[in-house]
Design a binder for this molecule. Structure first.
Ligand SMILES: [Zn+2]
Length: 251
């Protein structure tokens, strides 16, 4: 197994990625601004050299945050004699060092803590303010006013309800009274009809009785008159034919 070969290939791949990252950071030398051909061999005049900012011999790591793109002559001139960093602040931000990240995180935490402290302090101040005697008494006053307003509202509602109930009661009373009057009127009409019928019946009975009495009287009178004529004629005549003629003539 050729471990060196595999290592080489890995390093080569990493080198391509590093060169691509450096070319992305700048397409010209950070020191002299010579434009690069990133694919030119390192011996070419426009080749891009990946410089260790802090030299490897000084313990500079093989990390993106320790690389900068320089032209061949400046990279050679710098060698391991300098840790000059030619990146702009913005370019440094592209690959910040772990130390820088830790510093940034610390600063961020401090900002957060400061903000939280400020919020706590404001809350405390607010609490103190709202617990101050003036605020407490103002709240009590406001509460009393609100309670009064609610009581007035409820009383008004209750009065409205009572008025509605009274109106309903009055309506029911009037309806009941009307019903009683109607019943009385109906009863009176019925009584009058019954009375009229009674009077008519009495009249009919009286007329019938009177007619009967007159007829009986007439018959009785006629009978008596006939008997008297008969007796009179019988005292004057003896013959049956003569008596009959006498009765017929005198009737
Ligand atoms: Zn240069």
């Amino acid at each position: 197994m050729n471990t060196r070969g595999t290592g080489s290939a890995g390093k080569h791949t990493q080198a391509r990625a590093v060169r691509s990252a450096m070319h992305k950071m700048s397409d010209s030398c950070l020191k002299c601004a010579t434009a690069f051909d990133p694919y030119a061999p390192s011996s070419a005049s426009d080749a891009m050299h990946v410089d260790h900012i802090r030299p490897s011999s000084w313990g500079g790591p093989d990390e993106l945050y320790n690389y900068q793109p320089l032209c061949g002559p400046y990279n050679v001139a710098k060698g391991d004699r300098s840790d000059a960093d030619y990146r702009s602040a913005k370019q440094k931000l592209m690959y910040p060092s772990p130390e820088r990240i830790i510093r940034q995180e610390k600063a961020e935490r401090k900002r957060d803590e400061t903000a939280a402290l400020k919020v706590r302090e404001e809350r405390e101040a607010q609490r103190k303010f709202s617990n101050s005697p003036a605020q407490v008494s103002k709240r009590a006053k406001d509460d009393a006013i609100e309670a009064e307003r609610v009581a007035a509202y409820q009383a008004e509602k209750a009065a409205e309800k009572a008025a509605r109930q009274a109106a309903r009661n009055e309506k029911n009373r009037l309806e009941a009274e009307l019903a009683v009057r109607q019943a009385e009127a109906e009863k009176a009409v019925n009584a009058s009809v019954a009375e009229k019928r009674r009077v008519r019946d009495r009249k009919v009975a009286w007329v019938g009785f009177s007619s009967f009495a007159i007829i009986v009287t007439v018959i009785v009178v006629a009978t008596i008159h006939g008997s008297m004529l008969q007796a009179e004629c019988e005292s004057e005549f003896t013959n049956y034919v003569d008596i009959n003629r006498c009765v017929r003539n005198r009737r």
